[in-house]
Design a protein around this ligand. Structure first.
Ligand code: ARG
Length: 576
């Protein structure tokens, strides 16, 4: 297995340089594969384990001195030096046998059993993501939160953590006053049942406009809000009805995206305990009342209110942040998580900084395990009908465009359920386009670019997976574990295996930094290698022994590709 090679190298180097092998392990990197360029498999920069030096000539000498003291053995067949690094080539037979065996043994856990990951503690991770606001737009930011949060949860789960997926709905506040007051005027029970999200949004928009012009409407909004706050049964039952229908609808759409939640929580859950938060802040003398009568927490260094957070309105009601404080405390007590991740766009960065600071001030040390993962804005995700208002619009658009592309592509196979296939490819396209860059960067979305079949896209990944799948349909000796390693010495096999050696490093980095782009670019690289191999390694017309070995190799490739795609939130298709 990959790390077994690393360990063997680390132990030998350790004896020579007198640094513990555990420290060396993380500095032995699989060398990235460059096209048409045979290279060794691993490298170790001497500077990373020995005290650094200033000039590169000195590093070179140091690397040579280390390399000279190392010996080849049954695992390492060649030792060399690069610029400041020692390089290692693994015995070719062993490389082929070990990597392929490891993949077939570990299956979906390939890469996650690596020693590189062994010192990361396991535990319970709570990931809060998506969190749309009922009756408001499900904008692209919510789509990003949904797929990024899902990805983080998938990574943590694959690593072996217990994961709780929470959707924290915007299900309380003024929009329900508007809905409650507006529904009798603008609402239609039938429309509500057939298309709840759209209809609630319509009612909300109309009620909002009416309240701006009409004093009576304004009053009835206020009245409904008061009824809700005081738990009037009729008001509450209407609210429950709207909320329930919305969740049902969300769940359907999440299913199309391959996303699920363990818990549909929401701001409404904390409508009462957020008042307990105010009392707690008061008792700790942290709550200050301003001249306007609002309640604030002073967050400044010098106690001069130069930075503060408003936690109470002048009428005594609580705010978004107050409910977030209550929610965080509740989760700490209920789940005793080891880490909690919030995924929202970067405009809420300050909100979370304030939230964490207040939690710290009231002595909630668990806040040190809380993390906000911010992401940038997306421009240009329009559909032919206009702006994306609901998640469904984006999914429908992706599916529609993909169906059209499939109908015109010459290479398309007839699939049993073209709609379903187009949907899975469309989702892959959205995800890959979104995950390509650093999460905090803003980017411009372009459908044509996202849906190209041969660029660096989700369509390309799906296409590669489907091709491998249909190639493997020829494999009738699948159950035979043994294969002849001598049949797998072609350069395209070796470079692919070298790429597979790097998978655990990519997983490690992704787990540490939550940046899906490492995995995306890794998988695109794997896809390109798979296509090169597919062109040069014939399966049909080869001897049974060669065919069996090659199919074994292609199957391993397909497994790792599918594993990685699933982590990203993509459902690999078998045909397209
Ligand atoms: N509903 C919020 C919005 O749409 C996002 C909620 C984020 N999570 C939180 N705990 N504040 O902006």
């Amino acid at each position: 297995m990959a790390c077994h090679f690393r360990r063997a190298i680390a132990e030998q180097v350790s004896r020579v340089v007198g640094v513990p092998s555990e420290k060396i392990l993380h500095h032995i990197h699989a060398i990235p594969v460059h096209r048409k360029h045979a290279s060794p498999d691993f490298q170790l920069y001497v500077n990373s384990v020995l005290a650094g030096s200033v000039d590169s000539a000195c590093d070179k000498k140091k690397a040579q001195a280390v390399a000279e003291k190392l010996n080849c053995n049954s695992i390492v067949s060649e030792i060399g030096t690069g610029r400041g690094s020692v390089t290692f080539k693994i015995n070719r037979d062993l490389l082929v046998k070990t990597v392929l065996r490891k993949i077939s043994q570990d299956g979906p856990r390939y890469g996650f059993n690596s020693e590189l990951l062994s010192d990361i503690p396991k535990g319970l991770t709570l990931v809060e993501y998506s969190s749309p606001n009922i009756a408001k737009k499900f904008h692209v930011g919510h789509l990003r939160s949904t797929i990024i949060g899902n990805f983080i949860a998938n990574m943590k789960e694959a690593f072996g953590n217990k994961v709780i997926r929470v959707n924290y709905l915007g299900d309380w506040g003024l929009q329900f006053g508007l809905l409650g007051a507006g529904f009798s005027k603008f609402g239609c029970e039938e429309k509500l049942n057939t298309n709840p999200l759209q209809h609630l949004f319509e009612v909300y928009v109309k009620a909002n406009a009416a309240a701006e012009q009409d004093e009576d409407m304004k009053l009835s909004v206020k009245d409904f809000m008061e009824k809700l706050e005081s738990e009037n049964p009729q008001a509450l039952s209407l609210w429950t009805h709207f909320r329930g229908l919305s969740i049902q609808e969300y769940a359907k759409i999440y299913k199309r995206l391959g996303v699920h939640f363990d818990d549909y929580s929401g701001e409404s859950f904390y409508r009462k305990t957020s008042h307990d938060v105010l009392n707690l802040l008061r008792s700790k003398d942290i709550l200050k009342t301003t001249d306007e009568g609002t309640g604030v927490v002073d967050l400044s260094e010098g106690g001069d209110l130069s930075t503060y957070s408003t936690v109470m309105r002048s009428d005594g009601s609580t705010l978004y942040i107050t409910r977030d404080i209550a929610a965080a405390i509740d989760r700490m007590e209920k789940y005793n998580f080891d880490e909690m991740v919030y995924v929202t766009d970067k405009s809420q960065e300050k909100h979370f900084q304030h939230l964490f600071k207040i939690l710290k001030m009231i002595g909630k040390e668990k806040v040190d395990c809380c993390l906000h993962v911010p992401f940038g804005r997306v421009q240009g995700m329009h559909t032919r009908r206009g702006d994306v208002i609901f998640l469904e619009d984006a999914l429908d658009e992706a599916r529609k465009r993909m169906l059209k592309n499939m109908a015109t592509a010459e290479s398309s196979k007839t699939t049993e359920d073209p709609d379903d296939t187009a949907e899975k490819i469309g989702v892959a396209a959205l995800i890959v386009q979104d995950f390509k860059g650093p999460l905090v960067s803003d980017y411009h979305f372009n459908w044509d670019q996202a849906l190209q079949s041969c660029g660096d896209t989700g369509v390309f990944l799906q296409y590669t997976h489907a091709r491998l799948h249909s190639l493997l349909a020829l494999w009738n000796t699948r159950d035979e574990e043994e294969f002849n390693v001598a049949c797998l010495q072609d350069p395209s096999v070796i470079s692919t295996l070298q790429h597979l050696l790097r998978y655990d490093e990519v997983i490690f980095k992704t787990l540490k930094e939550f940046q899906p782009r490492y995995l995306v670019s890794y998988l695109l690289g794997l896809g390109h290698l798979a296509n090169v191999a597919h062109h040069s390694l014939y399966v049909k017309g080869s001897t049974p022994e060669v065919t069996h070995a090659r199919l074994h190799f292609f199957n391993s490739l397909r497994i790792v590709l599918a594993n990685g795609m699933k982590l990203l939130g993509i459902t690999p298709v078998d045909k397209m």
